[in-house]
Design a protein around this ligand. Structure first.
Ligand SMILES: [Zn+2]
Length: 366
């Protein structure tokens, strides 16, 4: 999956995405699947460079600091750490060689940068169900449209694989001149290197679906000649606060650290995953407080149960069946949280422990 671009880590939108993926990994593993979980860290990217420039800090330093914030937050929120968290800056050689392969096989052309030729790939836009017009509109809105012309890209949808770096950006040597990778190829290369040419589940925040994942899919399938690149895609919804998408530019971010001041880690986790992964939702403090009360009841009950040392009874099969059915149904975590409430009501400690393990992982109850 696509992890953070490390420049403003640590807010609820991030925590939601990574908590959802953590539930998925834990659910699959609890069912006996072996999971290889790779989370890309995009430490070479425009927004990161812009932030570094604005804050007058080195890009590496900023990326390292924000990656650590991300890891620290998610550790507190009880994740099972990814098996690999590759960083773009460590993968440059492989990115150059993939770009070179796309160039020599006719999928890319060179003008002022090396561009991927979208017209060579059938089905660009299908992943995000977008028409050409809607793709162009989104690129324009995000300032990613770029210039079209004989010395630039041939078509507005084409995107750079390798491009010259701006004066204060890092640059690496390559057969296409000194420069740096484009955003999408970075993730194609990391995903394919760590997971293989075809992967089972790929995902990230929904804002990545177009253009990032659409482009990643086009490049990867062009590189390997195999379809599909990913058998399933999971995109998480946006978290709003006070009616608007949480974003640094609007100044309405709720940080994980702020939530942790008001509620235990398990409550923050449970509150996050009580929302369906694909939908947008509104963060509100009352919702977090409700989850905190639930977690407190769980904590008391489990502590009493441990103290009583009652004979170990297996979890109630009906409760577990409902819980598993909920998660097997396109990861319906709100329904799984209702199953957890039922386990608490029925005072089934074994079921409650098993459900807690998947929904909140190792996050602390108090
Ligand atoms: Zn990515």
């Amino acid at each position: 999956m696509c992890g953070v671009t490390p420049y403003d880590s640590g807010h609820m939108g991030h925590a939601f995405t990574f908590s959802v993926f953590d539930v998925l990994v834990r659910f699959l593993e609890a069912g006996g699947q072996r999971v290889k979980y790779v989370q890309n860290v995009t430490d070479i990217d425009d927004p990161l460079f812009e932030r570094a420039r604005r804050d007058e800090i080195g890009w590496r330093e900023l990326a390292e600091r924000e990656t650590q914030v991300h890891i620290r937050d998610m550790t507190v929120l009880g994740w099972r750490p990814p098996d690999a968290m590759p960083r773009v800056s460590d993968e440059i050689k492989r990115i150059v060689s993939a770009s070179s392969k796309l160039h020599s096989s006719g999928y890319a052309y060179r003008t002022d940068a090396l561009y991927f030729d979208v017209s060579k790939y059938r089905g660009y836009g299908r992943l995000s169900h977008r028409t050409r017009r809607s793709m162009l509109r989104k690129l324009r809105d995000e300032g990613l449209l770029g210039k079209v012309g004989p010395t630039a890209k041939r078509d507005a949808l084409d995107f750079p694989l390798w491009r010259p770096s701006a004066r204060d950006e890092p640059a690496w040597p390559s057969k296409f001149g000194e420069g740096r990778p484009g955003w999408h190829i970075e993730c194609s290369v990391m995903a394919m290197h760590y997971l293989g040419e075809q992967i089972d589940i790929h995902g990230g925040g929904r804002d990545l679906q177009f253009s990032h994942h659409e482009s990643e899919r086009a490049q990867s399938e062009s590189l390997s000649g195999k379809k599909p690149f990913a058998r399933a895609w999971m995109h998480t919804g946006m978290v709003r606060y006070q009616g608007r998408k949480m974003s640094k530019s609007l100044g309405n971010l709720v940080k994980v650290s702020q939530a942790l001041q008001r509620a235990p880690a398990a409550a923050v986790r449970l509150y996050l995953v009580s929302h369906r992964y694909g939908r947008d939702w509104d963060f509100d403090w009352q919702g977090l407080a409700r989850s905190a009360r639930l977690v407190e009841r769980m904590r008391k009950f489990l502590a009493d149960d441990t103290r009583a040392g009652t004979r170990k009874t297996p979890p109630g099969p009906a409760l577990m069946a409902e819980f598993n059915a909920a998660l097997a149904d396109d990861l319906d975590t709100p329904r799984a949280v209702r199953a957890l409430r039922a386990a608490l009501r029925q005072r089934d400690a074994a079921a409650l422990r098993a459900m807690k393990e998947i929904l909140v992982g190792s996050a602390a109850l108090s």
